[in-house]
Every structure is written in structure tokens, then in C-alpha cells.
Design a protein around this ligand. Structure first.
Ligand SMILES: [Zn+2]
Length: 251
């Protein structure tokens, strides 16, 4: 399949996640049936390896990174992920997800690891996919405008979102847009410049009790349209976001 066969791109998900071991095949098939391509994101050595396998098997896109929740791993283990990503330069669209998480202790060490992987992205000349839960301002301070970044599941302020976009970065709306007032408010007040969409599957499900999956990225686009139907048709929004995603990842 080539990109022209698709109408949507889930710009950030984890179909390589272990919890999908038993249903991965069907999850991917359901997405492809709905013309949804996806970018799956490695977060540790095992998940990075599985992501590369999925790329080879299904032709999906990948980014590889190291999740800030894994701050307590030994240097040695982190170096292994680093070298693995370095060796997959040709396979990846971006380095990520990497970043900071307010809920995880040891912010100082999180920052050291974050900076290490930012350097790697610079070395490989790739954009970065940022996890910045509750740490949006600090993440931006560290990144400055060194690399083009995509803020996955952006949940920060409207002001910062505007500044990020003005400086060429991308904001990703997740399935949280389907039910969260804060996220709906961001959609209402930002234009569609540099906006992409994601599910973060299997997390952030829009349906209680169900695992999230990439085909739900269509629900994200529909939720955006609900809030912007005075300005755009559903088709226009779909196309703009699709093209933004291609621009972000150079595909
Ligand atoms: Zn994620």
C-alpha cells in the first residue's frame, strides 16, 4: 500500500504495545479498512524492536524513543535504546516519544535523558515527538527551537500552543478532544495550522472499557469538525490535517 491509499494518519500510537499482542492483527486491519495509516512509537528497547518489525510487516510508519516514565533505568539500558535508534536512522520518521512527565519523580534525571535524545534527533536530523504531560513550558524551554517538535497529546495552555505553532512546531490533538473541555477549547481557539491528530492507542480510549485503536482517529477529526463546522467541511479538515502530518514527518 502507498500513502495515496489512505485518508487519515494516526500521527502517534502504540500498536507495538504488549497489551495488544493478542489482537494486534485485527486492530491494524480495522484501521487499514477505514483508510487509516499510523505512526507507531517505540518507548523502550522491546517496544522499539517490535515497532521495527511492524514497519517491515505492515508498512506502517514508526518513530523510536524513550519514555520519561522509565527514568529509573540504568544508564546502560538507556544507552542500548540510544544505539538501537541510531542504527535505525533510515527506518524512523522522528525520535520520540521522549520528554518529561510531571507525575514521574526525579525530574532532574528526566531532563538529562531528554537532552540526550534531543541531541540524537539533531544528529540524525529528525523531528522530535514530545511527551510533556504537565511539563509543556519546561519542555519547550529545553528544546527552544533547535528541532521541529510535535507535542503529542498536547494538553498545555492556549498561549503556549500559539507560540509553538508560530515557531514551526506541531500540536497533536488526541482522542481526549472527544470528551475533554480543555481540549475542545484549544480546538475552538486555534486554527488548523500545524495541527495533527492521534489516538495514543491503546491509551486514551474515547469509549469506556475499550482499548483505544488507530481507527478512532476518525473520531478525533469528527470532534474537531463539530467545533469548526462554520469554517470548514469535514472533508476539508481531513485533508488539511493529512497534509500537515505529511509535512511534519516529511512523508
Ligand atoms: Zn504515546
Amino acid at each position: 500500500m502507498n500513502l495515496d491509499d489512505f485518508k487519515y494518519i494516526d500521527s502517534h500510537c502504540h500498536v507495538e504495545d504488549k497489551s495488544l499482542n493478542k489482537c494486534r492483527e485485527e486492530v491494524i486491519k480495522r484501521a487499514f479498512d477505514e483508510k487509516v495509516q499510523m505512526v507507531t512509537s517505540g518507548t523502550n528497547l522491546g517496544s522499539c524492536r517490535r515497532a521495527v518489525e511492524l514497519k517491515d510487516k505492515y508498512g506502517m510508519y514508526i518513530t523510536l524513543g524513550y519514555h520519561p516514565g522509565r527514568v529509573n533505568a540504568e544508564d546502560n539500558a538507556i544507552d542500548k535504546v540510544y544505539r538501537f535508534i541510531q542504527s535505525k536512522e533510515k527506518d524512523i520518521l522522528a525520535v520520540g516519544e521522549i520528554g518529561l512527565d510531571f507525575d514521574t519523580k526525579n525530574i532532574e534525571r528526566q531532563e538529562i535523558i531528554f537532552k540526550k535524545f534531543i541531541k540524537l534527533a539533531e544528529e540524525l536530523n529528525k523531528p522530535v515527538v514530545i511527551h510533556a504531560r504537565g511539563m509543556e513550558e519546561r519542555s519547550y524551554e529545553i528544546l527552544k527551537n533547535d528541532s521541529v517538535s510535535m507535542y503529542h497529546c498536547y494538553s498545555g495552555s492556549l498561549e503556549l500552543a500559539r507560540e509553538l505553532v508560530e515557531n514551526g512546531n506541531f500540536i497533536s490533538y488526541s482522542t481526549l478532544v472527544c470528551f475533554s473541555d480543555h481540549h475542545k477549547n484549544l480546538v475552538k481557539n486555534l486554527n488548523l495550522e500545524n495541527i495533527v491528530v492521534e489516538t495514543d492507542s491503546p491509551y486514551l480510549s474515547p469509549i469506556k472499557g475499550e482499548k483505544n485503536e488507530p481507527k478512532n482517529v476518525i473520531k478525533v477529526i469528527e470532534s474537531i469538525w463539530e467545533l469548526k463546522k462554520d469554517e470548514y467541511s469535514l472533508d476539508e479538515i481531513t485533508k488539511i490535517i493529512y497534509n500537515n502530518t505529511k509535512r511534519l514527518y516529511h512523508i
